[in-house]
Write a protein that binds this ligand. Structure first.
Ligand SMILES: Cc1ncc(COP(=O)(O)O)c(C=O)c1O
Length: 169
């Protein structure tokens, strides 16, 4: 647990790669669930979620969430996750995390996951902007040289943390 003084404490889990962290978050979904992804996410994330769509029967919508007003048009009764990446790899498209989180406050069953790989927690902390999960490929800027392969997930949501611990075990 990371001590953030008066702020909500964050819980973190580490993984053998960023891709493993992506897969772990996806394991929070069940067959029949719907996920909304930013349409410019890292191609590995897009490919994996597309495979989930076929094999795990997860329904996935890819939406240009640079205009966050588009989000609610795509929310369904079975939507469980919104996944964004800002800035995105490699297109450097940006999303207003706080605006997306504010919309999702109305939908307590939907969690917001942010791939924060490009900004690192040094420059941007999605949890402080209202996200439920901040995911990182530590292989990239956090490490600096791609000589270490590693991923991480941070959350301030106890329920998601407990589920992620089960998935990790
Ligand atoms: C934004 C983003 N997320 C996830 C990943 C996957 O991370 P890893 O290479 O550590 O598996 C990458 C890799 O390029 C990335 O750029």
């Amino acid at each position: 647990m990371i001590d953030c003084g008066s702020r909500t404490p964050f819980l973190a889990l580490v993984y053998p790669s960023g891709t493993c962290a992506v897969v772990a978050v996806t394991q929070l979904l069940q067959a029949g669930d719907h996920a909304i992804l930013f349409d410019s996410v890292y191609h590995g994330t897009r490919t994996y979620l597309s495979i989930c769509s076929d094999l795990e029967r997860i329904n996935v919508s890819f939406v240009d969430l640079r205009d966050h007003h588009q989000l609610e048009k795509h929310i369904r009764d079975n939507t469980k996750m919104v996944w964004i990446e800002t800035p995105s790899n490699p297109t450097m498209k940006m999303i207003d995390i706080a605006a997306v989180a504010a919309i999702l406050k109305k939908y307590p069953d939907i969690f917001l996951a942010v791939d924060n790989t490009f900004m690192t927690p040094y420059c941007q902390n999605p949890l402080l902007l209202g996200a439920d999960i901040a995911m990182h490929s530590l292989t990239k800027y956090m490490n600096g040289h791609t000589d270490v392969l590693m991923g991480a997930i941070a959350t301030s949501n106890d329920t998601l943390y407990e589920k992620l611990q089960v998935v990790q075990a």
